[in-house]
Design a protein around this ligand. Structure first.
Ligand SMILES: CC(C)(COP(=O)(O)OP(=O)(O)OC[C@H]1O[C@@H](n2cnc3c(N)ncnc32)[C@H](O)[C@@H]1OP(=O)(O)O)[C@@H](O)C(=O)NCCC(=O)NCCS
Length: 184
């Protein structure tokens, strides 16, 4: 079974981006992001009711990272500390060398190749450092942008689950994509 180690926290770099740990002072921007209807259109997670709830959410994430269960990063432009989005591994299954990738970006920054840069670096971290064998991504079938970025990065459609979860008083479908570590 895999044992992850996120201590010290791995700060990641790409050409334009610095992926750093979320901190409590990100709460107002993260709150705005998680309550933005464009960003959350296909992410079925309850809205946070105030910034204090977002602070608690960041503390919960911190504890998850500290106990080496999952990890996520704040996406920033190099030289500007402002959070533009998040990306990370969730619901990790160390026993299966597998984890789920998730991401979101402020809509003012869409279609500039930012998430593409971030996802490539995070995938490399997942395979090279976490030693994952596969990375999963679950999307709402209407989420063209998320499907597009996954296909661009060689993810393959693995499954389609009909009405497999219940949110906001309705059942919705899920498309599952995955990427295997081709070097193993
Ligand atoms: C999905 C998301 C992160 C993409 O971020 P982005 O920085 O705009 O994406 P990029 O500019 O890096 O685009 C990379 C590729 O993704 C695909 N893509 C991005 N936006 C797309 C869109 N609106 N429609 C179709 N394909 C799209 C394209 O293949 C693109 O490559 P190209 O520019 O060479 O055509 C962004 O749209 C977002 O935050 N959406 C809301 C949150 C969300 O749905 N997260 C995923 C939950 S599963």
């Amino acid at each position: 079974m895999l044992e992850f180690n996120f201590n010290p926290f791995p700060v990641l770099e790409t050409e334009r981006l610095l992926l750093r740990r979320l901190v409590l002072s990100d709460a107002p921007v993260l709150y705005a992001l998680r309550n933005n209807e464009d960003v959350m259109q296909y992410i079925d997670r309850p809205r946070q009711k105030d910034i204090e709830e977002t602070e608690l959410f960041i503390q919960k994430i911190d504890a998850i990272i500290d106990t080496n269960k999952d990890i996520n990063w704040a996406i920033t432009l190099k030289g500007e500390d402002r959070l533009l989005g998040t990306i990370g591994f969730y619901r990790s299954q160390p026993e299966n060398y597998r984890s789920e990738i998730g991401y979101m970006l402020d809509s003012a920054y869409w279609r500039k190749g930012i998430m593409n840069e971030a996802i490539q670096r995070v995938i490399r971290y997942g395979f090279d450092d976490m030693k994952l064998h596969s990375i999963e991504a679950c999307i709402n079938p209407s989420n063209e942008a998320s499907r597009g970025i996954l296909l661009k990065n060689s993810f393959v459609k693995e499954g389609y689950f009909k009405e497999n979860y219940f949110y906001n008083e309705k059942f919705s479908d899920t498309e599952v994509y995955s990427l295997l570590d081709s070097s193993k």
